[in-house]
Design a protein. Sequence first.
Length: 322
Amino acid sequence: MSPQHTPTGGTVGEVGEFGLIRAVTEGRAQPPTTLLGPGDDAAVVAAADGRIVASTDVLVQGVHFRLDWSTPDLVGRKAVAVNLADIAAMGATPTAVLVGLACPGDTGADVIKELTDGMWAEASRAGAGVVGGDVVRADQLVVSVTALGELGGRPPVTRSGARPGDIVAVNGRLGWAAAGLAVLGRGFRSPVSVVKAQRAPEPEYAAGPAAAKAGATAMIDVSDGLLADLGHIAESSEVGIDVRTERIEVHQRLVEVGKALGADPMAWVLTGGEDHALAATFPSFADLPDGWARIGSVTMPDSGVTVDGTAYEGGTGWQHWR
C-alpha cells in the first residue's frame, strides 16, 4: 500500500469512495492468475481449463460478527475464509476474490483499512488475489465476498456423489468456533485459542484439491455444523451417513472449556458451525490424504444422518431465520 494513501484517521465519508478504494488496493501483490486487477471496470482472472468455480457469502454486522468481540482485520480474514473454504470444498484451488463493502459514512477509515488488510492477508494465504469489488453507503457494516477458483482439469466434487460403503472423513478442527462463541457469549475473552477460532477460522485450502485427487466422491464445507452439513450430502446423494464418536478426538482444550461452562464439548463438535473444516466421502479402498481422518461411513438410502447408529437428539446445526 502506498503510504500517501494510507488512512490515518477520519471517516470513510471524509476520505471518499475513490480515496478509500486507492487506500485498500494500491501497492498490493497479485498471484499469477490475476491478469488484470483492481482499477478497471472489471478484473481478468485466468481460468486454465476454461471453467471457473464461484461462490458468494454475505456477512452482516451483529449477525455474523461483532466488532466488540473481534477486530476489523480478523473480520476481514473470516469474510474471505468462509468463501474460499467453499471453493476448496469443490476440489478447486482458490484464485481470486471480489469484495462488496457497505458501511455508514461515519465509519472510521482506519477500520476499513484494517478490515481489508485482513482480507488481503487471508487471500494471500490461499494463493488468491483480491481483484476488485465495490463500496457503498449503508446503515450498518456488511461485507460480501465472491470467491473464484479453478479445478486444474479435474471434475468438481459435488455433494451428490456419495455411495453406500464409502467412508466419511474430515479435515480441520471441529467444535472450536462453537466453543469460542460460547466463551464470548458469557462475556469472557479466553482461552485465546478457542476465541480466535470463532473470530477467524483457518481452513486448510489445499485439503480440498488433495481430496479430489484422492478420489473423493462428495465433499462439503462444514459451516453450519458437522451433522447438518453431512445431512446435505446425504440428501443430495440419497444415502445415509453414520458418524462414530469413538473416531472423533475431542481436544483437551474443548473438554476444559466445556467443563468450565457446563457444556458438552461433543455437542460443539457435532453441531457447532463456523470452523470451516472440510467433510468428504471416499471409496472404501481409498488412501486418505494427509490431514484427513475417518469419522464414519455412508449407509443405505433413507437412513438419514445418525450418530453411533441412532438418531441424534437435538439440533444438528445453524439455520438462518431460526
